[in-house]
Design a protein around this ligand. Structure first.
Ligand SMILES: *[C@@H]1O[C@H](CO)[C@@H](O)[C@H](O)[C@H]1NC(C)=O
Ligand SMILES: *[C@@H]1O[C@H](CO)[C@@H](O)[C@H](O)[C@H]1NC(C)=O
Length: 214
């Protein structure tokens, strides 16, 4: 990936983080991406002690079940995980290998101390599909698009307001121009009328004067 794309992705993630509720963001489960055939390591509690009982539960297309329980390690509840599961010695992590699409789902690690659940860690196991609906790319892209849409809407509204204001302004100037034109025309007409009247008066006066002279 080039630096430009990395920067854009980072920005998008930052924006998404800012836009989303901080509480939601903190409690959001871990997301682990895999490609078919790969191995992933699921994280449990890192502060486990020997007497802790660790129970792994999953919700996948294979089913909803407990697939590992350290209290009953011999009980293998999930055949599809046979030979693909590897709990590390510390039990804080669990490795799943040769992953398939059927392993997509939610995984919980519950830690029990003397029968009391002391911690739960949830992990989302997702297929790495650059253009799929569950991919980081899609999420970043969608949040980016949401931001872009927001920006576009803002721009549209601003432009709209501006043009409307300009339209109103031009209407106003046109109206005032028409008014002044009309007013000047009326004045001109009035002046013409006045002049005609004056002329008429003058003529009459001249006629009268001529009449008196006769
Ligand atoms: C399980 O993991 C340990 C250490 O990560 C490794 O040494 C061991 O070979 C693995 N076992 C299997 C069956 O993959
Ligand atoms: C991985 O799983 C596929 C079926 O999903 C199986 O055919 C293949 O043999 C497995 N590979 C290993 C190394 O276990």
């Amino acid at each position: 990936m080039t630096w430009g794309i990395k920067l854009i992705l980072l920005l998008a993630v930052l924006i998404r983080t800012i836009l989303t509720d901080p509480d939601n963001w903190i409690s959001e489960p871990l997301s682990v991406f895999f490609s078919v055939g790969e191995e992933v390591v699921l994280r449990c509690d890192s502060d486990l002690i020997e007497s802790d009982r660790v129970v792994w539960y999953r919700r996948t297309p294979e089913g909803d079940n407990v697939f590992l329980d350290t209290k009953y390690p011999q009980v293998n509840l999930a055949q599809d995980l046979d030979g693909r599961i590897n709990a590390t010695a510390t039990r804080s992590f669990l490795a799943l290998s040769n992953l398939s699409l059927m392993d997509t789902g939610e995984y919980w690690c519950g830690v029990f101390y003397e029968g009391v659940c002391v911690s739960v860690t949830k992990t989302l196991l997702l297929v790495w599909d650059p253009f799929g609906i569950n991919s980081t790319f899609y999420r970043v892209y969608s949040s980016l698009m949401a931001c872009a849409l927001l920006g576009m809407v803002c721009v549209l509204i601003t432009v709209n307001l501006k043009t409307r204001r300009r339209d109103q302004a031009s209407l106003k100037t046109r109206w005032t121009a028409a008014q002044t034109q009309r007013r000047s025309r009326v004045e001109e007409e009035r002046e013409e009328v006045d002049e005609e009247e004056k002329e008429a008066n003058d003529e009459e006066r001249v006629k009268k004067q001529k009449g008196t002279l006769r």
